[in-house]
Design a protein around this ligand. Sequence first.
Ligand code: AN7
Length: 341
Amino acid sequence: MLRRPMPGLIERYRQYLPFAEGDPVVSLEEGGTPLVPAPRLSARVGAEVFLKLEGANPTGSFKDRGMTTAVSAALREGAEAVICASTGNTAASLAAYAARAGIQGVVLVPEGKIALGKLAQALIYGAKVVSINGNFDAGLRLVRAIADEHPISLVNSVNEFRIEGQKTASFELLEQMDGAIDALCIPVGNAGNITAYWRGFSERGVHPRMRGFQAAGAAPLVSGKPVENPETVASAIRIGNPARWEQAMEAMTASGGAVNAVTDEQILDAYRFLAREEGVFCEPASAASVAGLLAFGAGGAERIACVLTGNGLKDPDTALSQVDGVIACDAELEAIVSAVL
Ligand code: AN7
């Protein structure tokens, strides 16, 4: 058989992952995402800035990196179902990989607080989608209890295989930036991803400053205490009590980085800026990384990567709330020309 040029993460990075030859692999050929230069953003902050487009993964977010590993491991253990609590992207990713594996996916999502595209994804892939009248933190407590008592595998980022898969993004960044990276800007919700990046960098002996950004209304790591009722337009990171709290703080402290908060207004400014000035459409939570860089500056770093964790198409409602809208016009040449030129 012809070897495909871009196999999934487990095949590409097997020697760094807890999978042996012959183990089951559930893959949608995730990873291998673009790293694009951001010239206008670079000019604004006075450093060379690159955007890691994780929205280019098969379900449109970085979660696929951890889901190929978590679902493959679950299958290896004989699981017939997988479960998670989610603000949306984990749900979409779980649903896709469960479908691919031929097992049942179950997801708990906060009622009314999950972006439309993510909900559509979870449903069309065939997961059982349960909407709870509680937030992500309540959902995570519930699925932990369910997985403790029943034969269903928990694949939130408390699952070690999730972190293992997600650390491959660091390997890619080092390849794409030739090892020269001074700082990483990344949104932080449940804090699994920043933990994974730090692990990946550390395994390669490289230690860029880890700069995490939370939404001001959901910033427990900044205030140092859990947030009872987190609120932000960036629904993906509407999380008040991150599961990987200590590890995330350790990554930021050990690397000389920091965690800071950005307001919804700063997030939406960065969101529009990326689309209009760089041609990159990410979701609001992803824009928190760039909002943070713009708000707090390059801090002396010369080469910076911002992780854009999810695709803008995930959340069409927020996009449409940020624009003037379409120009209605008669289907006539003169009318159109005078309307747009
Ligand atoms: C686009 O899907 O927690 O700090 O349940 O979807 O590793 O939690 C999503 C998180 C950043 C934060 N950007 O990552 C979920 C979920 C996007 C996200 C984060 C999420 P973590």
